[in-house]
Design a protein around this ligand. Sequence first.
Ligand SMILES: [Fe+2]
Length: 315
Amino acid sequence: MAVPENFDVAHLGPVELLTPSFDESLWFFRDLLAMREVARIGDSAYLRTWDEYQLYTVKLTATDAAGVGRTSFRASSRDALERRVAAIEATGLGDGWTDGEVGTGPTFLFRDPDGHAMAVYYETDRYVATDDRPALKNQASAFPGRGVNARRLDHINYLAKDVEACGAFVADALGMRESERIRLDNGRFAAWWFHFGLKSYDVVYSDDWTRHGNRLHHIAFAPDTREDILKAADIFLENGIHIESGPHKHAINQTFFLYVWEPGGNRIEFANAGARLLLDPDQPVVEWSEQERRKGQAWGMKTIESFHTHGTPVV
Ligand SMILES: [Fe+2]
């Protein structure tokens, strides 16, 4: 796979989550994660994490079924945006330009081969804190000091009918670089990790056993420390949130993790993923075998069965 010399896409931008339990999901993100609602348009609430430099991080939309709506990616420059749009159009999966929403400029819409709605943009308004001004000017807003204090969105993990096709798509269309992958004994990839910058992953594709298409495995938020994740588990326990797995440490990319299901049914991860940076421009992809995966996660905990079966929408 060709390795881009620089990254045309800077990072994962806002993600739209769909929920059949809007009020309960809003409580989860606003009250338990300490996110701030910055806009309400139609059936959607726009929410930001406290160190989000843009206006919003998650668009929460009331729908009949849980799942993921549109995932946005911020290009690194106007020229980079044009290059990515040309690359996306060459795949035949482009859907055209639209006006951005809530602070984002012109946005090009497209879909991955699995049907996940995506968008790429460059122009974006920066958040201006008012009653939540931080003490330090190198921070987007004041530390909320309540609940789980989700600092920023870290990554998204999609379920896909064809992991190889989707991985090849984000490499070609978005210029992503692969970091790690699981290859099954039958030669196919069970999951494939991709990154935009120094972080070891930003987008992941996992094999969807149901072959449904357009499903979400999880989105992940990053707190500062492992201790924050342990405290998050206590907060979710106190508030009746389903804890699915963890806290534990992933073998792949070594992330310390906790998985819960928000009230709408979407899997949400809290992941301390910043420890492993890929500084090496020639970083070889790390491939894990089926046998290695049977050893479980880093400290031996076996991967929970629902991790292979639960996704949203539920099918
Ligand atoms: Fe994850």
